[in-house]
Design a protein around this ligand. Sequence first.
Ligand SMILES: O=C(O)[C@H]1O[C@@H](Oc2ccc([N+](=O)[O-])cc2)[C@H](O)[C@@H](O)[C@@H]1O
Length: 598
Amino acid sequence: MESALYPIQNKYRFNTLMNGTWKFEADPNSVGLDGGWNKELPDPEEMPVPGTFAELTTKRDRKYYTGDFWYQKDFFIPSFLKEKDLYIRFGSVTHRAKVFINGQEVGQHEGGFLPFQVKISDYIQYDQANRITVLVNNELSEKAIPCGTEEILDNGQKLAQPYFDFFNYSGIMRNVWLLALPQNQIINFKLNYQLANNKAAITYNIEANNNAEFKVTLFDNQKEVARAISKNTGSLTIKNPHLWSLNDPYLYKIKIEMLEDEKTVDEYSDQIGIRTIKIVNDKILLNNHPIYLKGFGKHEDFNVLGKAVNESIIKRDYECMKWIGANCFRTSHYPYAEEWYQYADKYGFLIIDEVPAVGLNRSITNFLNVTNSNQSHFFASKTVPELKKVHEQEIKEMIDRDQRHPSVIAWSLFNEPESTTQESYDYFKDIFAFARKLDPQNRPYTGTLVMGSGPKVDKLHPLCDFICLNRYYGWYVAGGPEIVNAKKMLEDELDGWQNLKLNKPFIFTEFGADTLSSSHRLPDEMWSQEYQNEYYQMYFDVFKKYPFIYGELVWNFADFKTSEGIMRVGGNDKGIFTRDREPKDIAFTLKKRWQQLN
Ligand SMILES: O=C(O)[C@H]1O[C@@H](Oc2ccc([N+](=O)[O-])cc2)[C@H](O)[C@@H](O)[C@@H]1O
């Protein structure tokens, strides 16, 4: 029973961060396990946690290091912790990990963007130093997400070749906690809301490791407003609920107490927002009011940090998003660190939460292939059943982790997979059926469609509750002076979708043009700031004509690091902000537009 609960402290639960300096050693020949590295690393260096070696090194072979690598740290456990169950919780380890305590394996985890915890109590020596060792692997394949392949260079080095457009940062890039929890404990809980007649009914479903009773209390500004005692399911009703909304992201506090013989043995509190999210015809309704999504596809990405979590970056990004008048972003292309969602709950932002299912399409390795919707028959491959298991497991872990956040309004189950083949439909039919059982709030499920997957050929849109288009007319095709043709292509495609009469909302989840913050051109040219402006104006002109469009998430919030190649200058430069979070010219155009759209 994996707990997805974010660490908190109270009378029953204690935790402390294990961040800081760890030991680190690369293991290119995978000799560590036989060589006893799980007990002692032979020749380690210092490595900050959270962090990633790729952004810290000055050596190219280290930056691109692909394979096994190890982390190690000593820590002390006093015997007064004996009555607790002890765990180590990783915010994530990218892409997979095996964890050892004092040399003994205590657990492993697949997937680089979701938390996991391992129980360590049985392996601990009390009142003594203990040692944690983590064997990490960052290789890419078609058996796990995100997908990619591997090349062996002439010097024998492995090189990851992502089928996706962001740098394959890896390692321990999120917080690590030591948790001291009660033996009988709350594992997770799920909530759902029904609004009617000025009342909100909150139904709950609590998962625990014993069959206890629970006292559930709801507080409004410290004041108790509802309470129930029940087995693990039940409900609370409040009158005149203060709803969570974009302009007023109001949070209540909910407290769950686990009772044994009327005595509390565990307690977990969280902040929750009461709101509903649903799709009716071609509209997205928040608390029964239609919303228009304005914002970004993002990345966890920053100079020196790579994808390592840093709360200052999170805060700066939200300040920039507030300044520009955005209300939404997609966690392209993986679930972000949990702190992102906590800020969104408090700041009143909407999140489309995406599982790391990116690169399910071999042609993405060659960007020029994508546009002619070439079919690599990715989903006919022998490894697909294995891939599907991993994909499903990560959907489950994402929903278990994020389902209580009021900010999360939809689940994205894929980004730009091959989507024009029958095999692809069959694969995702199962994926959607699996996912649809997991969220008690039954938020909309979707995924983003690659350019070329248009109304005539796309096979995945019937599975989606709203339709997400990633489109680059005017960039990858018909750029520069051909932008007049690009406009026609975009309109033709949207006419095609309109003719299908799907009666579903559409949003643009990606559209953008690479832009150097140093480049100004008159008349404008591709890569200049003037062209980025012209490109977006063209899209906004077109959007006016199609009332079924309910959102525009531009690509990308900021410039970000990718693999190297002739298509990338220091990375992907489609940012509205530079990589150090300063505005390009387009930011002022968007600010004006989004403030008016309100
Ligand atoms: O390229 C981009 O900037 C972004 O676009 C998307 O990938 C595409 C690449 C090429 C084409 N094409 O050639 O049409 C279409 C899509 C990805 O979702 C995103 O991760 C990437 O960063």
